[in-house]
Design a protein around this ligand. Structure first.
Ligand SMILES: Cc1cc2nc3c(=O)[nH]c(=O)nc-3n(C[C@H](O)[C@H](O)[C@H](O)COP(=O)(O)O)c2cc1C
Length: 393
């Protein structure tokens, strides 16, 4: 309850996280590419989507349970993959995995997280999704896939919107390099954040990419450079096709904006399309992600699950994405702000805030389930519900 007064929104969690983690880590988490126009484009487009409330509906407690790819979750949102999450807060991946199971929402582990699949395996239950960045040889990929499955991940996400490192100016100005350098400036920043330092000392592991590291011949500091330079591959259609044949679990493609790409992916046998622009971290001059969602829904038909992310900052944004054709919504930064601000308690609080915001706003509409949301969109935004779209159109 106290947190509900002091931190009623993600903006408040961000403010507290900013004070608790060193500047180089915060800027890595918070920044987008170039002038950061991508953040603004996403925000402005989300804000334009309105709903028409209805009155005299009696008490409505919306049912937020959502089934995606055959699995039922208690809420329509989950944890997006974030690289080096364990650097932002020690043990973050473990804390997020545990909380995801407790709230029955999905947890995605980045292939460039600090924790390896085995590190989080005891905590993911049936809710773990593993995010894969294309690697530069099929042998390497074939070595990785069974390992991911053995750790208990049955859903694989391939991220396709990172063909190259992007130029995040704010991150550069904050002196963040790969590998991270420990010079006087970064040491001073760390000293200013004692709880961050203690959390790392308690965790007792040096933040590095533990999964990628295992495939890199050089150890220690150098491995960051090598993981990037030696292992990263460039995503192409052939890669996706091979991956689809090799991975027998559910396969999601993340970072899709073009309807025709989504259609081709579905034809290749992909199970789910994740509509995202990495929240403006890779390219800032593209369309607002939310505006692409109905176009992709129209292209793939009503039967293909769609996930939305990029810029979700309120429960209302989750409603907007669901009304625009998404089946599910993921959040990247928000979960990291929460864990950096208050550890496990922060994650529970964030889930509470989002759920309470959705419940409160859905009551204003008189909507009882998330499927109904598109019926309440304001005139010019009005969209047919997804079951009205032709199948496979
Ligand atoms: C610090 C940071 C690291 C990220 N690392 C990855 C990653 O390793 N793999 C990936 O697919 N997406 C990564 N993303 C993108 C997120 O999965 C997600 O698409 C994005 O953060 C959603 O937008 P939001 O932060 O506005 O919620 C990262 C995002 C951030 C902020």
């Amino acid at each position: 309850m106290e947190l509900d007064l002091s931190h009623p929104s993600i903006t408040d969690l961000r403010k507290t996280a900013r004070k608790r983690i060193p500047k180089f880590a915060f800027e890595y988490l918070d920044s987008a590419t170039g002038r950061e126009l991508g953040l603004k484009i996403n925000r402005d487009a989300l804000d334009k989507i309105g709903f028409m409330p209805s009155v005299l509906c009696g008490r409505t407690t919306a049912n937020l349970q959502t089934t995606i790819m055959g699995q039922k979750f208690d809420l329509p949102f989950g944890v997006a993959p974030v690289g080096m999450s364990g650097l932002l807060w020690a043990g973050a991946e473990r804390l997020l995995a545990k909380a995801a199971v407790a709230h029955n929402i999905p947890f995605s582990l980045s292939s460039v997280a600090v924790a390896s699949p085995e590190d989080v395996a005891p905590y993911i239950g049936n809710n773990g999704w593993f995010q894969h960045y294309p690697v530069n040889s099929s042998e390497l990929r074939r070595a990785m896939l069974p390992r991911i499955k053995d750790a208990g991940f049955h859903t694989l996400i391939i991220t396709v919107d990172v063909p190259e490192e992007s130029r995040r100016e704010r991150q550069r100005r904050a002196n963040l390099t790969v590998p991270p350098k420990t010079d006087l400036r970064t040491i001073l920043e760390m000293i200013r954040c004692p709880s961050w330092c203690f959390a790392h000392l308690r965790e007792g592991i040096v933040p590095r990419m533990r999964f990628f590291d295992d495939y890199v011949p050089v150890r220690g500091r150098q491995s960051f450079t090598h993981a990037g330079a030696l292992i990263r591959g460039i995503p192409d259609w052939e890669y996706l096709d091979e991956l689809r044949q090799e991975w027998d679990g559910k396969l999601i493609v993340k970072g899709v904006l073009r309807p025709e790409d989504a259609k081709r992916m579905v034809a290749l046998g992909v199970d789910c399309i994740w509509v995202s622009n990495h929240s403006g971290r890779q390219f800032e001059a593209g369309p607002a992600v939310i505006d692409q969602l109905p176009k992709i829904r129209e292209a793939v038909g009503g039967h293909v699950p769609l996930i939305y992310d990029s810029g979700v900052s309120w429960g209302l944004d989750i409603m907007r994405a669901l009304a625009y054709g998404a089946d599910f919504v993921m959040l990247g930064r928000a979960f990291q702000f929460a864990v950096a601000a208050f550890g496990a308690k922060g994650i529970d609080h964030l889930v509470h805030v989002l759920k309470a915001d959705i419940q409160a706003n859905m009551s204003q509409l008189g909507a009882e389930s998330t499927d109904q949301l598109s019926n309440y969109l304001l005139g010019e935004n009005s969209r047919p519900p997804k079951e009205w779209y032709g199948f496979g159109g």
